[in-house]
Ligand binder design. Structure first.
Ligand SMILES: C[S@@+](CC[C@H](N)C(=O)[O-])C[C@H]1O[C@@H](n2cnc3c(N)ncnc32)[C@H](O)[C@@H]1O
Length: 204
C-alpha cells in the first residue's frame, strides 16, 4: 500500500479502524449550532462511530468548528442528506433499528435499548427536537431521564450519554476486540487517510 505517513501513524490509523463500529450510525436532524454539531462529531470519533449523516435546513453546509473537534471530524465519513425518508428507509432495509431521541411520555429509558444490534441513532434540533419525518421511521423512542428543573440536555451532551451507553454495551459484547470493517474496507480507508488526505493537505 502506498503511504505518506510514518509507520507509527499508520499503525495508529489501523488500530482506530479496527475499533470503528460500522453498524453504529448517527443521524443529526437539523442541529443548527456549529458548536453542538462539532461536539457531536468529536464524540462520534471517540466512541468509534464511522458514519455520521446530517440534515440541515440551510443553503450552505454547517460550519465545523475545528477548535471543538480538534480534528476528530477528519476521521469520520460525514454526509449531508436532503431526504430523511430516503436515508432512514435505506438503513431500515439494511436491517438497522432506528432509535430516535424524543422527550415524550411514551419514550423508553435510553438504557433499555440493545445498541449491539445494527443501530442508527437520531438526535434533533435544539428547539424542535427530532422531526416527524424521522419519528415515523423510529423502531423505538428513547429519552435520558431528567431529574432537575430543565426538561432537556444540550444535544451534544445527550448524544454523548447515549453513545457511551452504546459503547459500554458493545465493549461488553467484545465488539471492539474484533473489527466490524472487513480487511478490504480497512485497506481502502487506510489508503484515503495515509495517502490521499496527506496529498490534499499538502496542497492547502
Ligand atoms: C434541546 S433538545 C430539544 C428539545 C425540544 N424542545 C424537544 O422537545 O424535543 C435537542 C436534542 O437533544 C437531545 N436530547 C436532549 N435532552 C434529551 C433527553 N433527556 N433525552 C433524549 N434526548 C435528549 C435530543 O436529540 C433532542 O432532539
Amino acid at each position: 500500500m502506498r503511504t505518506l505517513v510514518l509507520e507509527r501513524r499508520l499503525r495508529r490509523f489501523r488500530e482506530v479502524l479496527e475499533r470503528r463500529q460500522k453498524d453504529l450510525v448517527v443521524f443529526v436532524d437539523d442541529v443548527k449550532n456549529e458548536h453542538n454539531f462539532s461536539a457531536i462529531l468529536r464524540t462520534c470519533d471517540a466512541v468509534g462511530v464511522l458514519r455520521v449523516y446530517y440534515y440541515y435546513e440551510g443553503k450552505k453546509d454547517p460550519k465545523i468548528n475545528e477548535g471543538i473537534t480538534i480534528g476528530a471530524h477528519r476521521w469520520l465519513f460525514i454526509e449531508r442528506v436532503y431526504s430523511k425518508e430516503e436515508l432512514l428507509g435505506r438503513f431500515k432495509e439494511e436491517g438497522f433499528q432506528i432509535v430516535a431521541t424524543w422527550l415524550g411520555e411514551e419514550s423508553v429509558n435510553y438504557r433499555e435499548v440493545d445498541y449491539t444490534k445494527p443501530t442508527l441513532v437520531v438526535v434533533g434540533n435544539e428547539l424542535k427536537g427530532v422531526s416527524e419525518e424521522c419519528l415515523k421511521f423510529a423502531d423505538v423512542r428513547i429519552k435520558i431521564p431528567m431529574m432537575g428543573m430543565v426538561q432537556s440536555l444540550n444535544v451534544s451532551v445527550a448524544t454523548g450519554v447515549i453513545l457511551y451507553e452504546a459503547q459500554k454495551q458493545r465493549w461488553e459484547k467484545g465488539l471492539y476486540s474484533k473489527p466490524t470493517l472487513s480487511e478490504e474496507e480497512i485497506e481502502k480507508i487506510l489508503h484515503l487517510w495515509a495517502y490521499e488526505k496527506v496529498i490534499e493537505d499538502r496542497k492547502r
